[in-house]
Design a protein around this ligand. Structure first.
Ligand code: GDP
Ligand code: MN
Length: 379
């Protein structure tokens, strides 16, 4: 889950990292009143979950509240990488002397958290890596020991050179690490980490991504969730324990297991069809999950047929069958369902379906061919 800059900065502030004052606005008038409260020069910054806002014209300086209002009017409603800007952050402008980069990420190959720092801040780190790789400092942090000053300070100081700057950078990184560990992040990035003309380091921009697999441990983080990152259907699916990603085809898919879901989508493409979604009902599928999966898929007007592909291991085919029958009772099944059911409790599942006059395939390629044909007939 990604945070907006204003949300990320709020967390950095909670963790004792210096952040310029600021608030978020959704109208030009609000932007003006925030700028007035802050006083002096401010930055008006588009709040969208993509990088490179500066280059796209989504970050503008304003020297008065009236100018802040005008800049907010320019930026609100603008599209950055296809995403409409509905909020701007109005923040005190930092009088920047130089821009640094610092982040913490998970380095999978080193099986550890990695701190990346560079004196070339402001631009994207990939660009620095391509142009001047010698300017990037990478510090692998032992998962047990974490960040240790005696061990890691000198490396950090190579990126943050200058009197007193390395000490400030150290404090920032220590607090970033605390935040990173407490909240199970996959990224905490400050770029630019700006040195102002008075000699203070501050977070002028911030990016935080939480590890979705650890979110269950942090219910307090749910309030950060942006609807723009997920569609309404994706939110609906998530709250019913389903993994769902919307796509633009016509064949709705309900599958158990992410691997089998991917394989099923490949087979549909191979047979000349096009999947409307990825949907994994998971291992311990209850009839409820199948019901909600069908309910969500059938909301999509592009769907002209649905394939249910279950390879029962932990998943029991009779549970799946009960879910299908529940859906048939409560929903209008406006398109054909093609079912492939094998594995645990297959016989019971098939019997339940047969009693309601529903057939199920056991061969996957036949089922896929069947659903592709039906989708074309219905379209
Ligand atoms: P991004 O383009 O989405 O990464 O947005 P940033 O917040 O990083 O802003 C892009 C660039 O705008 C920065 O690298 C700075 O050069 C400039 N900028 C952002 N905030 C300030 C500020 O407070 N003062 C000054 N002088 N420049 C800023
Ligand atoms: Mn930035």
């Amino acid at each position: 889950m990604k945070l907006h800059e204003y949300q990320a900065k709020g967390l950095l502030r909670e963790y004792g990292i210096p952040v310029p004052d600021g608030s978020v606005a959704s109208t030009p008038a609000e932007a003006r009143s925030i700028a007035r409260k802050i006083g002096g020069t401010v930055m008006v910054k588009a709040q969208v979950l993509v990088g490179g806002r500066g280059k796209a014209g989504g970050v503008k300086m304003a020297t008065s509240p009236e100018e802040a209002e005008a800049r907010a009017r320019d930026i609100l409603g603008m599209k950055i990488k296809g995403i409409e800007v509905t909020k701007v952050l109005v923040a005190r402008a930092v009088d920047i002397a130089s821009e640094f980069y610092v982040s913490l990420t998970v380095d999978r190959s080193a099986r550890s958290v990695q701190c990346i720092a560079s004196a070339s801040g402001g631009m994207e780190i990939e660009e620095v890596a391509a142009r001047e790789p010698e300017k990037i400092v990478r510090i692998a942090l032992d998962p047990e020991a974490g960040l240790v000053k005696a061990r890691h300070f000198d490396a950090l100081a190579r990126a943050f050179s200058g009197k007193g700057v390395a000490e400030q950078a150290w404090d920032i990184v220590e607090n970033m690490y605390r935040l990173f560990s407490d909240k199970d992040c996959s990224l905490v990035e400050i770029n630019p980490c700006a040195l102002d003309r008075a000699g203070n380091l501050v977070a002028a921009d911030a990016k935080i991504i939480f590890d979705d697999n650890a979110l269950y441990k942090h219910p307090e983080l749910e309030s950060f969730r942006s609807t723009e990152e997920y569609s309404a259907d994706e939110m609906d699916a998530r709250s019913n324990g389903l993994s769902y990603v919307g796509l633009d085809g016509s064949i709705g898919c309900i599958v158990n297991g992410a691997g089998l879901s991917m394989a099923t989508m490949d087979l549909i493409k191979f047979a000349g069809g096009s999947p409307a979604n990825f949907l994994d009902v998971g291992g311990s599928s209850s009839p409820d999950k199948v019901f909600h999966a069908l309910r969500i898929i059938l909301k999509n007007p592009r769907v002209t047929a649905v394939l249910i592909n279950i390879f029962g291991g932990i998943t029991r085919c009779d549970d799946i069958a009960r879910g299908i029958l529940m859906a048939r009772e409560k929903l209008t099944l406006r398109v054909p369902l093609v079912i492939r059911l094998i594995g645990t409790n297959e016989k019971e599942g098939r019997e339940l379906l047969a009693a309601a006059g529903i057939d199920a395939y056991d061969d996957l390629s036949e089922a896929v061919k069947g659903v592709v044909d039906r989708a074309k007939e219905t379209a």
